[in-house]
Design a protein around this ligand. Structure first.
Ligand code: PMP
Ligand code: GLN
Length: 383
């Protein structure tokens, strides 16, 4: 994020999206769906605007949305929450992450996260004045080792920042890893902050929230967002659930970041969270077919592909198509094949980048015909 002279760079997504717009290439760089979500939500937002929900809502979020979030955690995970003081609505998962890291860490504290990491984590850890420490996810399993977690999490650790299902690696952290992390957090008195924005986008495996494990809830902040689950990434409605004490501390930061979050979108997201179970299983099944389509297209084009278990993204190794450096491939790909991807090193620290140098992240949360066209264009790389 920050260059050597302290200058601020555009995020990798802004850079790659403008490259796609400039070249007319298919944008598989930034992860956003190219179709609207359920009509019930769109209608609920329109109705909320028509009915005057256009001024500041309560800073914690509307009581109805907080209740819908608590019901959702109970329905899917058996997690009991008091919607009045254990739920906070935020402006996307991004604000939830920012407010949580700023509230729960002091300058100089260590924040341990998995690497590669979603780009905002590195920037937010620095904005909080904390020290990042990372546990690498080795290609191609992308699962953290027990030994490396044990070595990284110490008495200096204030926060363990997790992301499952993981962007960009597409893995879900298994129960044994989560149990080990809870034990380490308890031993070293650390907070667990878990970003679960892809919780409903899993393929044949079940998402397990760490807050549902014994001994975890009181030290865990769980973050999610309506963006991925309801194809409404532009609405920027997110939320977090935690102990009342943590929610109060985090809200004290949130009130000076944004004070409150988009009023008419809150009843719409509440409607979404109350959709029947079939909605949630169907979005996963539909996305799995897209994952398969793009993964097969990439394999046919000569890439080595790690098929993800969840989320929006597939990682492809460009080594087998003649590129050791994915940054070079991503610069040339719009011209050579009319497709945009993101080098995985955009999610890495300089120290760990070499291990991921030949990997590219492609988004498959796009319409089937767009993915077919992308696969067809990628096959030109072979020619
Ligand atoms: N966390 C992860 C892992 C993400 O991939 C994203 C982006 N889609 C976010 C957080 C940001 O979510 P939001 O748009 O709700 O702020
Ligand atoms: N989360 C999306 C991704 O990883 C993009 C979010 C953004 O543009 N900041 O591609």
């Amino acid at each position: 994020l920050f260059g050597p002279a302290g200058e601020v760079h555009p995020t990798i997504f802004a850079e790659m999206t403008s490259l796609a717009v400039r070249t007319g290439a298919i944008n598989l760089g930034q992860g956003f769906p190219d179709e609207d979500g359920p009509t019930e939500l769109l209608e609920a937002a329109r109705a909320a605007i028509a009915n005057g929900h256009n001024q500041y809502p309560p800073g914690r979020g509307t009581p109805d949305l907080r209740e819908a979030i608590a019901e959702h955690q109970e329905r899917f995970y058996g997690i009991h929450l008091n919607p009045s003081d254990e739920v906070l609505v935020t402006t996307g998962a991004t604000e939830a992450l920012a407010a949580t890291l700023l509230a729960l860490s002091e300058p100089g504290d260590e924040i341990v996260t998995l690497e590669p990491y979603y780009d905002a984590y590195g920037a937010l850890i620095r904005l909080a004045g904390a020290q990042p420490r990372t546990v690498p996810l080795p290609h191609p399993s992308y699962l953290p080792s027990r030994e490396q977690l044990t070595a990284a999490i110490t008495d200096r650790t204030r926060i363990i920042l997790l992301n499952t299902p993981h962007n960009p690696c597409g893995v879900l952290l298994p129960r044994s890893t989560l149990e080990h992390i809870v034990a380490l957090a308890r031993q070293h008195n650390a907070w667990i902050v878990t970003d679960e924005v892809y919780e409903h986008l899993t393929f044949g495996v079940q998402h397990l929230p760490i807050a549902s494990l014994p001994g975890a809830a009181e030290r865990t902040v769980t973050i999610s967002s309506g963006g991925k689950t309801f194809n409404t990434t532009g609405w920027k409605v997110g939320w977090l659930t935690a102990s009342a004490e943590a929610v109060t501390a985090i809200q004290s930061v949130k009130q000076f970041l944004t004070y409150a979050s988009g009023a008419p979108f809150q009843p719409a997201i509440a409607t979404g969270l109350r959709l029947p179970d079939e909605y949630f299983s169907q979005i996963a099944t539909g996305l799995q077919a897209k994952r398969d389509l793009l993964s097969e297209g990439l394999s046919a084009a000569g890439f080595e592909v790690s098929v993800p278990s969840g989320g929006y993204f597939v990682i492809a190794d460009a080594h087998s198509v003649g590129y050791e450096d994915a940054v070079t491939l991503c610069r040339e790909l719009p011209e050579r094949a009319g497709v945009v991807g993101v080098p995985v090193t955009a999610f890495c620290s300089p120290e760990h980048s070499p291990a991921y140098a030949s990997l590219v992240r492609f988004a498959y949360c796009k319409r089937t015909e767009v993915l077919r066209e992308a696969a067809d264009r990628l096959s030109r790389l072979r020619a």
